[in-house]
Write a protein that binds this ligand. Sequence first.
Ligand code: HEM
Length: 232
Amino acid sequence: MNTMSASPAEACRGTLVWDLPTRVFHWLLAGSFAVAWLSAESERWQLVHVTAGYTVAGLVVFRLLWGLVGTRHARFGDFVRGPGAVLAYLKSLVRERPQHHAGHNPAGALAILGLLALAALTTATGWANYYEIGGDALEEVHEFLANAMLALVIVHVAAVVLSSLLHRENLVAAMIHGRKPVAPSEGIRTPWRSIGVLLLVAVLGFWWVQWQSAPAASATGPAATHRDNDDD
Ligand code: HEM
């Protein structure tokens, strides 16, 4: 797809691999998940929990779209591979000759798909709970999914650290500045800053609107607010 010819200065900084929307998406998702997790048990923080949950859901929708129309390494077509490719990658790790991928490696991609699927299911069941659909059983399912997601996040972060050590490249830094030490032919042409900024502004705007509604919601409680709406 898009390739770029790098100047010597650009070559030193590495090749742009992750566009801005993917990076903004990632850190907003990580932060929102952390906030949702930490605020889960407290009635007092319920609006924060729900806001973080809606943010995760919105981010997943965005990422599904961006996976279809985004830049080279953000596209599902670039990193979703069959079991054969995952096995071959894992074997390369065992043989201590790890395959190198400019984008996500096949095993990492599997975890990413799992995280997106769990994020979608966790937020859907959380939404149903909030509107008192499904009763205690669905609440249990919501909690189970959230725990499963936390477990996968731990695996994901451990794999990122391991992979960074094996390949002697800082994958976390790459998810921040977008660049990796790969050939310019592996890079993307544009960072799509406008879409990244738009995503950030949309999320901040949503948080602001939720913040504005905080006093009313905490006075009545979300379930009570919902019941009030039902009575209308
Ligand atoms: C301190 C915590 C975290 C770190 C350091 C981290 C780091 C990373 C890195 C380095 C990548 C790129 C991997 C690669 O090069 O193939 C990545 C991708 C990803 N991570 Fe994380 N991550 C963290 C937390 C999370 C959390 C909490 C979630 C989900 C709730 C998450 C979901 C994802 C997803 C979905 C991708 C794929 C990005 C994309 O293509 O859009 N990460 N992460």
